[in-house]
Design a binder for this molecule. Structure first.
Ligand code: NDP
Ligand code: MG
Length: 380
């Protein structure tokens, strides 16, 4: 029986991971971690019986410990607890489904403990890819992508030689504001930005999809996962999200992975790779789809994507600044403190004011994160 730990079990990816596990019935959950939603975490503990559960805040962890005192589960908290959950001895795979750079340390700790990573937490790879990828190689552990586009690319590369990749065609739906100008985007409200046309996801990534920052993070994620240059990753807008991404090889052949927009497919593929299993749910009906259209991304009205190319091309600490400034700006937008267009203005401001450090350590990456947060707090 495979054993897994899930960091971020109460979120969109976390709950869908548990749905996959519930449906398959041959995976044991050894550890769960969440931020603060102890009600849902309690339900999950009762159903999946992990040995260990982590809640970020110590007081919430104490509350949870009382709620589950009839069960043989150990409750921990904080970064130390998150690392304990990531390294829980019996787990083979750790699903990283927390949001943000908080995922860096536990991901590294899990890899050092010899665990494979089913990686949803793209922020870790975007900001620390130069540490994560060599470590995976050194420790002989797999990084199995959960992000749908990267899972698609990973599936297209099955049995192929990575050195023959000519380019990666990363598909994007274009989000709810595709085709709009900056003037039209001026008055966008939180509710409008939370309406993704095809995918149902957590709030932060849904806003990132609307600004194209998510696609930018994914370009950098692809660069690290598949060992290509930034300019080998081309974004292709395909509004219906039928094609989840494509790879063009040296000989001109293009492989694509298609499917319905259901994250359970990439999650299940990562958990059982290289095995494929039955997954209940919708299937593509080409006669209903009729046509698949393609567009170039609009880098002018959606500067989030061009800023990501700049961050990824420069490297060093700049992707951490890009990511952290975005994270804080999105939180402020969700809190209705700033306008929609200020999100990318803030990212650009933070990037312009930063002196890049090459090949940063984890501490230097986290210092860059703090610098971006401070910039935003002091200027906006
Ligand atoms: P959600 O916001 O839905 O969930 C985040 C999870 O992380 C929750 O379980 C939350 O707990 C937990 N969490 C937050 N802070 C902490 C903390 N300090 N310690 C431990 N756990 C914490 O996010 P998503 O599931 O949407 O996204 C997760 C990651 O997956 C992101 O990196 C995202 O970019 C990526 N991703 C998501 C996709 C999707 O379809 N949702 C698609 C592709 C990638 P609590 O509920 O208690 O707050
Ligand atoms: Mg994606």
């Amino acid at each position: 029986m495979k054993k897994i730990a899930i960091l971020g079990s109460t979120g969109s990816i976390g709950t869908q991971t548990l749905e996959v596990i519930e449906n398959q019935r041959d995976i044991e959950v050894t550890a769960l971690a969440a931020g603060s939603n102890i009600r849902l975490l309690e339900e999950q503990i009762r159903k999946f019986k992990p040995k260990l559960a982590c809640v970020w805040k110590a007081e919430k962890a104490r509350e949870l410990a009382v709620l589950v005192k009839d069960l043989p589960v150990r409750i921990v908290s904080g970064m130390e607890g998150l690392i304990e959950a990531a390294t829980e001895e019996s787990a083979d795979i750790v699903v990283t489904a927390v949001v943000g750079m908080i995922g860096i340390r536990p991901t590294i700790a899990a890899m050092e403990a010899g665990k494979d990573i089913a990686l949803a937490n793209k922020e870790t790879l975007v900001t620390a890819g130069h540490i994560i990828m060599p470590l995976a190689e050194e420790r002989g552990v797999k990084i199995l992508p959960v992000d749908s586009e990267h899972s698609a690319i990973f599936q297209c590369l099955n049995g192929e030689n990575k050195d023959t990749i000519h380019k990666i065609l990363l598909t994007a739906s274009g989000g709810p504001f595709r085709g709009k100008t900056r003037a039209e985007l001026q008055s966008v409200q939180v509710e409008d930005a939370l309406k993704h046309p095809n995918w149902s996801m957590g709030r932060k990534i849904t806003i990132d999809s609307s600004t194209m920052v998510n696609k930018g993070l994914e370009v950098i994620e692809a660069k690290w996962l598949f060992g290509v240059e930034m300019d080998q990753v081309e974004v292709v807008v395909q509004p219906k999200s039928v094609i989840h991404s494509m790879v063009e090889f040296e000989d001109g052949a293009v492989m694509a992975q298609l499917g319905t927009p259901d994250m359970k497919l990439p999650i299940q593929y990562a958990l059982y790779y290289p095995e494929r299993r039955f997954l209940p749910g919708g299937r593509l009906d080409f006669w209903t789809i009729g046509q698949i259209a393609f567009e170039k991304p609009d880098m002018v009205n959606f500067p989030g994507l061009s800023l990501a190319y700049r961050a990824g091309n420069t490297g060093g600490t700049l992707p951490a600044i890009f990511n952290a400034a975005n994270e804080r700006a999105v939180a402020k937008f969700l809190n209705r403190e700033i306008s929609y267009l200020s999100i990318t203005d803030m990212i650009e401001g933070a990037m312009n004011g930063h002196t890049v450090k090459e090949n940063p350590t984890v501490q230097e990456i986290l210092d860059a994160e703090a610098e971006a947060y401070e910039y935003i707090e002091s200027r906006w």
